[in-house]
Design a protein around this ligand. Structure first.
Ligand code: F6P
Length: 345
């Protein structure tokens, strides 16, 4: 790994002469440029007029903050100059068809986790690049496995760009002096078995049995069936959780639950779950709804929500097992059957 390799150099090395790959590279480079501008704004915060004030609601009912709107404008301006067939953004109700004959289409969440912006927590941009089918309006009704590239940027203490072009995962760090992304991690591999979980535990009473059983097993730690102590983290910012998992493993869950409107979880398939699943799988991890691989899912609608469970492969497989083998979930959920429970002492 060379500390000096820039994103541009890395993209050129990976693309070769293939015109489709070159179109992907141009889009990635434009997204990276846009993210530097967004990073400048997040760093300056209130000094740049970023207050975290609500500006209304997006099409999905989420509160839009001032930076959501600005980040969306910045990304659309950067991508609008390129040969791109369709743009889809969390902030737009419908597809934006630009040039139906162009080879690629881009979906993005301009500012994920923006409810955190005025608390000075990490937020990010997520993107997914698809090949354009013959009917351009069907660009985002392809399975996640069709993605040509996916990435996300975390605006945290450092600004980091995570990228897959389907050949492993690279991490780039923004060098503020040269205003370029530099390669700081290549062929990232998620540890297969980890002892850290992330879930919004305030929703426990709404979860279904397999999720409750899995988390209870984590909480039982060394005294439970898993036999290992776990640590818990919940940042409430998908990009920050995904970055942590890439660095040190663990499992993240935003499952469906019994709350009205949360039957399919909270996260959106096209511009959150699909790109995250592509990245996590490329780094050797797993991404599932509990019952289905996320990359096999074909979106029915642009803003469709989906349960997302992702991270270290063994942890994800254990959770999938609880979904497909209800006896395991039942047994784990009954404290009497725990390692030190009544029937195991
Ligand atoms: O999709 C927006 C988002 O902020 C994600 O980044 C994060 O994982 C989730 O919502 C947090 O949800 P909750 O409000 O339930 O903690």
């Amino acid at each position: 790994m060379s500390q000096e390799l820039t994103l541009q150099q890395r993209l050129e090395a990976l693309a070769g002469p293939d015109p489709l790959r070159r179109a992907v590279n141009e889009a990635v480079a434009a997204l990276a440029q846009a993210s530097i501008e967004i990073s400048d704004l997040t760093c300056r915060g209130a000094l740049a007029g970023i207050t975290g004030q609500a500006r209304g609601r997006n099409t999905d009912g989420d509160v839009q903050k001032d930076l959501d709107v600005r980040a969306d404008d910045i990304i659309r301006a950067a991508l609008g100059r390129l040969p791109i067939a369709v743009l889809a953004s969390e902030e737009m109700a419908d597809l934006d068809i630009l040039n139906a004959n162009a080879p690629i289409s881009v979906a993005f969440d301009p500012l994920d986790g923006s409810s955190n912006i005025n608390t000075n927590m990490s937020v990010g941009t997520i993107f997914s690049i698809m090949p354009t089918p013959s009917d351009a309006s069907a660009a985002f009704t392809q399975p996640g496995s069709a993605q040509l590239a996916a990435g996300f940027v975390v605006y945290g203490p450092q600004t980091s760009l995570v990228l897959t072009l389907g050949q492993g995962v690279d991490i780039f760090t923004l060098d503020r002096d040269s205003r370029e992304y530099k390669l700081t991690g290549s062929t990232v591999q998620i540890p297969p078995n980890a002892t850290e979980f992330a879930i919004n535990a305030s929703n426990r009473r709404h979860w279904d049995l397999p999720v409750r059983a899995y988390i209870d097993e984590c909480l039982m730690g060394a005294d439970g069936m898993g036999g290992k102590d776990f640590n818990m983290r919940w940042i409430g910012s998908l990009v920050a959780e995904a970055f942590r998992i890439l660095i040190r493993g663990g499992i993240f869950l935003y499952p469906g639950d019994a709350r009205h409107g949360y039957e399919e979880g909270r996260l959106r398939l096209v511009y959150e779950a699909h790109p995250m699943a592509f990245i996590i799988e490329q780094a050797g991890g797993g991404a599932t709804t509990g019952r289905q691989r996320v990359l096999d899912l074909v979106p029915r609608t642009l803003h469709q929500r989906v349960p997302l469970i992702m991270g270290s492969i063994k942890n994800v497989q254990r959770l999938e097992h609880m979904h497909t083998a209800p006896d395991v979930a039942l047994e784990t959920n009954a404290p009497l059957f725990g390692h030190r429970g009544l029937f195991r002492v």
